[in-house]
Ligand binder design. Sequence first.
Ligand code: SF4
Ligand code: SF4
Length: 308
Amino acid sequence: MSDLKMRIKTEALRLGFSHCGVAQNDTLEQLRPFYSAFIGRNGHAGMQYLETNFEKRLHPELVVPDTKSVIALLWNYYPPEIIPEEDNFIISKYAYGVDYHGLVRNRLNELINFMKLSCGNIRAGAFVDSGAVLEKAWAQKCGVGWQGKNTLIINKTAGSFFFIGIILTDLILEPDTPETDHCGTCRNCAEACPTGALDTSYQLDIPRCISYLTIESREEIPAGLRSNLNDRIYGCDICQDVCPYNRFATPHQTPAFLPSEPLMNLRKKDWIALSETDFNTIFEKSPVKRAGYRRLMHVIQMPPPIQT
Ligand code: SF4
Ligand code: SF4
């Protein structure tokens, strides 16, 4: 490994990232047919941000001029303790603590500062679920994981409970070996998905996914899917929980991602009685705010489907 890449990786680990890989920016042009078809069949369920900046998504140099290298970094969010699920509504593990975007972006910017101190006036941009960057495709090319049949990035020795951060830079770095698929004959995720959203391997049927239905969608949850939510009110981790590679998940070390005591103590009756003021206090810095009080209460209070 080149000395510079080794120093960048060492600094990334010091900053709290668990994995760091590098790819050469040779474009993602090979994904154009897949991505065009995905948008064409409205596979993105009308989520506008996935539709815009199509060319930029395939060509990072249109996002950060002269991009030569892409650095993919993983930040562990697997919780040391699961919020009790009995007599409770369930939120996704990624939403236990504060919203990750700011925290991970700050660490990416610290890494960029380190790169600038080491190499002078380089160009670099940091992305966490932001900008026109295909994070998962780059994570695989950078060798930190592969996109599994549940469509998430899976690391062979650490699982999939990770946030992905990306740095685009004009710095020329020695690329790592892209990761290959290790799903094999496993279909745990497809078999466990309660809504059939993974019936086609490697493709998420977004309108059927509980994460989409409870976080992104502002429409009524279809009656035919309501009973499949099984008390999930914000996100869903089922296809990660059953993935055999998550046997290797280790608890994160980020205090800001721990659930607050009031959140840890909520039970079903407390959720049902939650006031908007309490919601704003408990979820002040949480990603759950993204759904908003009204949506959350709508999901909690949703009538069960009429039995015929
Ligand atoms: S998050 Fe839940 S609903 Fe969505 S694909 Fe995974 S298991 Fe299915
Ligand atoms: S559960 Fe099995 S098939 Fe699904 S992503 Fe994990 S290894 Fe791949």
